[in-house]
Design a binder for this molecule. Structure first.
Ligand code: NAP
Length: 332
């Protein structure tokens, strides 16, 4: 009788255990290096702690900072400890919640920027802090949603929080066709600003579709000839571009760099504001950004879709620095 009970219990338990796999596939880096270090591994699935969601990730975006972390060049920016799962942008469905989570439940579709100190997005499952998450906009898929958080929060925080961009002001957005730039242009137009943006000429029609008023080909034209007395400048380029940009800021205007300050930027010779800025996750702001997507104000731009197995190709594309909009891993 006892043997029968054991056999019966085992029969009942086996399929349940099989369903509740405790591992997952992820791109995990064993050592910093070139794109080839992005390999798929079967690793333990994380368990959500207090205030955390376990997200079944359906899409994860690539950002240039991922390539720096992978190469071991991120310095103090990231607390990356080996072995390391890269990725700061995710969209997926809540698979489990830790104690104390009250804004989300299992089955909710959410998108998030993960802390730069943590990462973990290039995986079938990722931990998302409740305060990092926002409800995924219903009118776009996970791929489009994953393309948004880090770049949109960067644009939101630099333009609206640091530079306090106002309706009627003029803003110059360098690299307007890139990940950050293509969102910044749309947010600045929504705010009611006049937008000047730089890009190669093959991206000018694209910039106009996003609402740019003046497109400048930085390879063949001087942006100074198209932009004078500018209120706000968003600088994702640095170097000489930043130094020349300082000259065309209006008195009291603001340049926000997201790639660090040049010596001239650190010691401006005129009455202008020059700031270096690092984005941080913010679920409430991301929720407002999601609302803008749902009402058609903000359009996610995805140019390249890869599977996790194509990790090296995705990073090589990012390193060209010629991507329009975003690169996203689709994970199913
Ligand atoms: N501090 C922060 O919080 C923060 C946050 C996000 C990003 N970042 C940094 O900001 C930079 C941009 O990020 P991203 O995601 O937008 O990169 P991205 O998507 O890879 O940028 C690609 C774009 O850059 C443009 N570009 C390249 N060189 C240019 C130049 N000299 N002038 C104007 N445009 C140029 C290209 O335009 P064309 O093809 O038209 O030439 C392309 O569309 C990266 O270095 C990233 O690490 C910092």
């Amino acid at each position: 009788m006892r043997t029968l009970l054991v056999v019966f219990s085992l029969l009942l338990l086996t399929p349940v255990c099989a369903q509740q796999s405790t591992t997952m596939q992820a791109i995990q880096i064993q050592g910093f290096g070139d794109a080839e270090v992005l390999e798929i591994w079967e690793i333990p699935r994380p368990v959500p702690g207090p205030g955390e969601l376990l997200l079944r990730v359906h899409a994860a975006a690539v950002n240039p900072v991922d390539t720096s972390v992978r190469a071991g060049r991120a310095g103090g920016l990231s607390g990356a400890q080996l072995p390391y799962v890269p990725g700061f942008d995710v969209s997926g469905v809540v698979a489990a919640t830790g104690p104390g989570v009250d804004r989300f439940e299992v089955g909710d579709a959410v998108f998030a920027m993960l802390s730069l100190r943590r990462g973990g997005g290039y995986a079938e499952y990722a931990i998302v802090l409740e305060e990092e998450a926002a409800t995924k906009p219903a009118n776009v898929g996970h791929t489009e949603a994953a393309s948004v958080p880090l770049v949109a929060l960067t644009a939101w925080q630099t333009l609206f929080e640091v530079a306090k961009l106002q309706k009627g002001q003029t803003v110059l957005i360098h690299a307007g066709a890139g990940g950050v730039g293509s969102v910044a242009v749309q947010l600045a137009k929504w705010r009611g600003a006049r937008v000047i943006a730089t890009a190669s000429d093959y991206n000018h029609d694209f910039l106009r579709e996003l609402g740019v008023d003046v497109a400048v080909d930085y390879r063949t034209q001087r942006f100074e000839d198209f932009a004078q007395d500018v209120d706000v400048i968003l600088d994702p380029i640095g170097g000489e571009t930043q130094v020349r940009s300082l000259q065309i800021l209006k008195q009291g205007g603001t340049l926000v760099s997201i790639v660090g300050l040049t010596p001239e930027g650190k010691n401006p010779s005129r009455d202008i504001n020059v700031t270096s800025y690092l984005v941080s996750p913010h679920g409430e702001q991301l929720s407002q950004i999601g609302d803008l997507i749902e009402i058609g104000i903000l359009q996610p731009i995805v140019s390249y879709r890869f599977s996790l197995e194509q990790g090296p190709q995705a990073h090589e594309q990012s390193q060209t620095r010629r991507t329009r909009g975003k690169i996203v891993f689709e994970i199913d």
